[in-house]
Design a protein around this ligand. Sequence first.
Ligand code: AP5
Length: 206
Amino acid sequence: MAADKVKADLAELKTKKLPIIFIVGGPGSGKGTQCVKIAEKYGFKHLSSGDLLRDDVKSGNPRGEKLDKMMKAGQLVPLEVVLDLIKEAMIASKNAKGFLIDGYPREVIQGQQFESEIWECSLVIYYDVSDEVMTKRLLGRAATSGRVDDNAETIKKRLVTFHNQTKPVVDYYDKKNKLATIKAEGTVDAIFADSCKVIDQMLSKK
Ligand code: AP5
């Protein structure tokens, strides 16, 4: 899509003042699982940066091979690629009541860039899970996920990337009073109930 058209479409979407929630957490922390439930309850559009990237690779886009290699290595892909995919998906979801941006930002600069080019997030939910639990969950999923990064070696690398590059995002939004940390080692339903509490609080302030 041409850059001017994207800018104009986003400007139009911005006038609706829809809530934007960033969903942050390590690999296997349960971001995707919770987003599906939250999206269903609140009518928000769930946009997973990982899913958008995997779809882009599958689409046969020439940059796909490079992206696939980076994901296999547990590294972050270039910021502009992810942000462009998110922008286009947001524009295509004009009837949403809000947006759940799952797996983004992975670095402070990603959040800053998003907020300057699109609009400010209302809330950041951080699912806090130990490395041991995340590893166990991902190894459990590996048999069926078909994902290039669900193997012991890549999971270790994904965890390093998370601690080095994404943890600062948590501190950054904490200082801005936008962070809700949810201990996320309990049942899916208990974590969902905690997520709803913070979302209801955010909506009541709007
Ligand atoms: P991405 O697809 O975002 O992967 P991830 O962050 O590693 O997280 P997952 O999708 O694997 O896990 P999740 O937290 O969603 O947990 P889930 O609900 O699935 O990113 C993949 C790659 O793409 C990155 O490594 C990077 O290369 C690239 N990328 C993505 N975003 C990027 C960005 N913004 N910038 C640059 N690069 C980017 O659950 C996991 C398992 O646990 C499932 O089997 C589930 O059933 C189970 N489970 C969930 N909750 C519970 C629970 N409460 N109890 C027991 N089991 C549970």
